[in-house]
Design a protein around this ligand. Sequence first.
Ligand code: G4P
Length: 527
Amino acid sequence: MSSIKEEISKRRTFGIISHPDAGKTTLTEKLLLFGGAIKTAGAVKSNKITRHATSDWMEIEKQRGISVATSVMGFNYRDLRINLLDTPGHEDFAEDTYRTLTAVDSVILVIDSVKGVEKQTRKLMEVCRMRDTPVIVFINKLDREGQDPYDLLDEIETELDIQVKPLTWPIGMGKTFKGVYNLYKKNLLLFKGSQRKLSNDAISLTDLSDERLDAEVGETAANQLREDVDLVNGVYPEFEESDYLAGKLAPVFFGSAVNNFGVRELLDCFVEVAPKPKDRSTEIRVIEPSEDKFSGFVFKIHANMDPKHRNRIAFVRVCSGCFNRGSNYHHVRLDKSFRFSNATAFMAQEKETIDEAFPGDIVGLYDTGNLKIGDTLTEGEKGMFKGIPSFSPEMFKEVINLDAMKTKKLEKGLSQLMDEGVAQLFTYELGARKVVGTVGALQFEVIAHRLLQEYGASVRFAPLNLYKACWISSNDPKKLNAFIDSKQRYIARDKEGKLVFMAESKAWLQMVEDNFPDINFHEKSEF
Ligand code: G4P
């Protein structure tokens, strides 16, 4: 058996993020093809919650089963074991994506060359920035008439607040797209339209004045490339791996995922530079992956695959040591010991029972309701992992109980659905009104349906005029109490009992912030 250190150095755990439709699913599929984890194109498509399903959430429910299998896709490439964590493309599930990002060590960001930086791209990058997650950018769909590459790079730098360094450079685009020049490896990759082959042979071209360039792409395109490369080398900084690892500099690749073009270049760079599992902080101390003792945290829960049995799968990211099936582990929040004898690993689309897992790996634990998002498992040490915050929801509705006889069931159902992270629950201090907050409208339908189907509780959601839920704190307890007294009607508690100020509008929140300078207003639950 190899040592833990060796296992760690082989692991690369990452996620692909993008605005819906930029090409995340397509790129995922091509990466899995390279890794030999799937054999045919089209295998990953079924995982996608399509934009057509925006109003058809029953369809989404059907797809839930499928998406469990593809939530984590493990594959081998060169000597590495790569874990790709899927993030839901549908923007109503953005909260799920934010949490998945807490379990990765780096990300690949896909940008559509026609559309540039989009709304979801911005939000997802904000989450990456919070943890300084290293980012590689893939600018996709070069076979289409997209935006000028310089403009795209400028947009990424200004809108996403990260320095970029192109490592490949496109030659033409759309109808005139001829390929890319790899500035890093100094070779030329020619685009020959739709490709069935997995990879294209690159032509080594260390000197761009070489006449072979003119012969391959034509004189005009060759001259343009020479000019571009001079400019790019002058304008953009050298690629420093340490800046990338610090989340300050993003290497950029151009390509076309659907045509399998530029994907290998991306993957080859990824395996060279992407970070192996890193240290993680708990409330008590920093835990290093190579420590002997196992620790991990739950970042996702998938529930009720079979409505008859309340079983769920909790996804645990291993942070240190070796996870052994059948061992007892300490559940820090409940201060209790549990044994998980049916842990599952994820390999492409198959689940398999595993005996051990290493830092960077994700294990699926069957659970009957003891685990929730953010929970920490250890070999006895107390202290929860930090860095798995909730974000202020964007939509709020009040829960109206339609069947007073089922109040207990409703409370249980709401509590369990919130553990899964479907939405967030806030309870007003005055009157105990319950408010559900979500990122998208779809969740309200899903919650009402599931409460009825799985718990027999009937609810209606009443619209509420709320702008944000802000977690509040202060260094001065007296001032905090005075604030709570003066704003009683707007004070609620989240599910953990933390104090929250329910702001009705942006302008009003601003005013309250100005009037109470000693109170801190946070847009996330960890501060
Ligand atoms: P997503 O997961 O980020 O939402 O995007 P997805 O991969 O599903 O891609 C969205 C659409 O963009 C798909 O077309 C896909 O085929 C297309 N696409 C992906 N990469 C490229 C590319 O390099 N060039 C071009 N021209 N298109 C690309 P669709 O019509 O929605 O689906 P399909 O019928 O092709 O499956």
